[in-house]
Design a protein around this ligand. Sequence first.
Ligand code: SF4
Length: 688
Amino acid sequence: MTNVAAPAVDTHCPYCALQCGIRLSGARVEPREFPTNRGGLCQKGWTSGTLLTTAHRLTTPLVRVGGELVSASWDDALDLIARKLSALRAEHGPDSVAVFGGGGLTTEKCYLLGKFARVALGTSQIDYNGRFCMSSAAAAGTRAFGLDRGMPFPITDVTRADVVLLAGANPAETMPPFLQHVRNAANSGGLIVVDPRRTPTAEQATLHLQPRPGTDLALALGILHAVVADGHLRGDYVAERTTGFEAAWRIAAAWWPERVERVTGVAAADQRRAAALLADADRAVVLTGRGTEQHARGTDTVSAWINLALALGLPGVAGSGYGCLTGQGNGQGGREHGQKADQLPGYRRIDDPAARAHVAGVWGVDPDSLPGVGRSAYELLDALGTEGGPKALLVFGSNVVVSAPRAGHVADRLSALDLLVVADFVLSETARRADVVLPVTQWAEEDGTLTNLEGRILRRVKSVDPPDGVRSDLSVLRGLAVRLGQPAHRFPDDPDEVFAELRRASRGGPADYSGITPERLSAGEELFWPVPDEDHPGTPRMFLDSFAHPDGRARFVPVDHSGPAEPVDDEYPLIATTGRVLQHYQSGAQTRLVPELVDAVPEVHVEVHPDTAARAGLAEGAWARVVSRRGATRARVRLVASARQDTVFLPFHFPGAQRANLLTNPALDPTSRMPEFKVCAVRLEVMT
Ligand code: SF4
């Protein structure tokens, strides 16, 4: 049993990237002062202690025998996995085994998972669910600034901004304490929200721009056009700190606001008002979220918002800037240290010879033994069990059966594997399909570091003992690595030891953690990466003197509107978009264990405009069948008068026949390989 009588410990919420400060006494949660939450918590955070005593906890490995999952010893389970992996690798080569990680894992786990894949398995086939979450913003930030750190400034810069533009983000439901930071902007008439839905965040906006889904890029072009045409361009900044404006402007010049109004539905006057509000502010911040990024043109869409911010002279100026709102708890740290298909620790590229040599040196292996770039998350899942695709998959900290696009197809691909292994603390929907399930520790039962949405490194400390029978993910990786022939010392299972190695591996890389020590974190130092040595104070604000490109200048990227990958037609006349509700987090594997949260939102709903529902013969509370070209889901109708008549919305937290991702389109962004979660064509049917 979990020890719930432990002393109070200052730590952080297990869920989103705001990483609110909490005081945990056993399973009892209280908020505490921390810069991101300033004493606030959302309902998910308040109830997070329930996870520590859930009756659904796994405490023994499970192995599938005769179609059923039955209890097994750790040795038997790990021996079985290692035996099967070795046989597959011998027969089909190292890429026959794949690994899938998660943005909720601690940085130590992400790091060791990447090393395990490249060194113990020798596979290039590793990616993670952050590909579904942050990759378009990361790609756009890298090409504009030379380096991606979600928010390259502390959250207090948002707090003090007079004008904040939130594009495709709904923090009133996804991270409610964040709203404190836009209060100043809202109170001074400067909160602009771009969202096809009239969300609780949009309700608080000075100006709500409600574009048709999939047209945000055109809207950003229209506002950029208005900035230039109405005389707001910061020509001095553009000349001194950027390149590429002319090419970007050649495209935006053709997107005058009246033309943009016809495409997006956003009034030209509102586009001009947004431009003027941003231009007249002393301090202005542009922030993007998943609504901007989860498109087949998500990287270009984020680039369009960054172009706008550059034209206004915001990035790299203290108190202003562009940033993205990271979603998952360790979405930032998880995308820096090597669980991504193209990446080595320190935000290095795996196809960079110097990066390979450095990291191989830390790992004590030949650089030539490291594999190259692997498949991105959806491409990896799509290839499972196919000719030439992976035949085994190890999943850590992810529930792809619910969270991946075209989820029905992904479930079929999992069924085609020779071996599916899932490490989790409860029997998630993905774990139910596994051949072996490994019960692992959860947030408060282990030490570890995370990097929040500001690029601030946090220490989450162990505050309760795990139940008997449970092991840490680090211990699982070590146990498997040793069985696969690796020396035990190469795979430490102590988080501090792993972090010490990670510091060396990241040294000199873009995300340099080498100056961060557990002692500095425990002493309460506010450390934002890069921190290149132990005397370095960290980097709260990046790009103040220069951007990370060799010439020190930011790049305008010429991008144009082309619309969603899947247009509506007579058969599928509506646009479905997906997102979150306040009470649930990601696939719901954790929040669906918390009675208060389930009582509040027990099932999936579909938000529909009353006229649209009436045309489909649906009334409030009825069960609707929502059908796309990839599948159908059932959802309870919720009539929303502020909804666009051409758009329906479904939250994606629910399992089985209620999965919103049975509908979604896996069309991928060409740069980030992000799927188009936010737009797919559907029709509504009455359930019989
Ligand atoms: S879910 Fe996010 S916003 Fe809510 S308490 Fe946890 S960290 Fe804070």
